[in-house]
Ligand binder design. Structure first.
Ligand code: SF4
Length: 315
């Protein structure tokens, strides 16, 4: 039976440690695809301030950007500290895990002045039990300076995560990605050249995509040299552009069985030494509009596991 290389298994094998990612959401971060630098409103599936003005509360609507000094740096560092210690305590108490990777998750976490980035990353790496960081970003928001900064922490486990979602420019256009696939590909290749570990995110079920396109995205991103993949279904939450598309009948969510079939085919393409960090996603609250099967993530994962088992694959 093939055992999928999960994040947990990877670190158990590599360091003989139980490691968990601690997700962090620093309120000042936004995205060039939201603030008007490349587009406004963000990707059509992204929940952001364009639709939900209350999301950014801490710093009176101050948004980070690479060309602006950050007068709220101390607040942001405080926020990082609080979030890390609260979440890591739960992981220590509940799962008996005491090694962590700090995961800068929300929005574009390289889209700030270099001093802010350096201070946040360095503080994260200084916390008890932290062995590394993982930084979520997009292709147009990394440059030599940022990548060199990340590469300078080479004694630690340093990950950079790129939202790829699909390798098709037409899909990027329909979903208002605000960047071309070429830009993402080059950013991934440059990150690899700098010696960083790279994770690529893919979404199955984006508008107008068929199964072949989704599987081609898996194949192509592997060719770019990613070390890890995250895959999840395209779901629609309230107050997004995609919710409007759904209402107007311009978007049809992927069915659960098709998602699972595509996922299993995708996993078969992924080599054994590539870490698969995510195979689905769900959201268990009223913000979810469709597809409703995304409301129960555990049920969905169990279904996926059963289908994988039939294929002699263990998740
Ligand atoms: S790149 Fe990420 S943060 Fe930016 S708009 Fe798209 S989903 Fe939102």
């Amino acid at each position: 039976m093939r055992e999928i290389l999960t994040f947990g298994r990877y670190y158990r094998e590599k360091l003989n440690l139980r490691v968990k990612k601690v997700p962090i959401s620093i309120s000042g971060f936004t995205c060039p695809n939201i603030d008007g630098t490349v587009a406004r409103g963000g990707c059509t599936y992204c929940l952001n301030d364009s639709f939900s003005p209350n999301l950014n509360k801490i710093s009176n609507k101050f948004y980070l950007n690479p060309n602006r000094e950050n007068p709220f740096l101390n607040k942001h560092l405080e926020e990082l500290k609080t979030q890390f210690y609260e979440t890591s305590k739960i992981f220590r108490d509940k799962y008996k895990i005491d090694k962590f990777i700090v995961y800068f998750q929300s929005f574009t976490n390289t889209y700030a002045d270099i001093n802010t980035l350096k201070s946040l990353y360095e503080m994260a790496l200084s916390f008890d039990g932290v062995i590394g960081i993982s930084v979520g970003t997009r292709g147009d928001s990394v440059n030599e300076k940022v990548l060199n900064l990340l590469a300078s922490f080479k004694e630690k486990e340093i990950w950079i995560e790129f939202g790829v979602q699909s390798i098709y420019d037409e899909t990027a256009k329909i979903t208002n990605r605000g960047e071309s696939i070429e830009v993402i590909k080059n950013a991934i290749k440059l990150s690899k050249l700098k010696g960083l570990r790279v994770c690529g995110h893919l979404i199955f079920g984006l508008p107008n995509e068929n199964q072949n396109m989704m599987l081609n995205s898996v194949e192509e991103v592997l060719k770019w040299g990613v070390d890890s993949l995250k895959i999840h279904p395209c779901y629609v939450v309230k107050n997004t552009a995609l919710a409007n598309d759904l209402n107007r009948g311009k978007f049809e969510p992927i069915e659960e069985d098709i998602y699972i079939e595509t996922l299993v085919k995708g996993i078969k393409i992924i080599p054994d030494d590539i870490i698969i960090q995510r195979i689905t996603a769900g959201i268990d609250d009223d913000s979810l509009i469709a597809p409703l099967w995304c409301r129960n993530k555990n049920k969905n994962i169990n279904k996926i596991k059963r289908v994988l088992k039939r294929e002699e694959i263990l998740y």
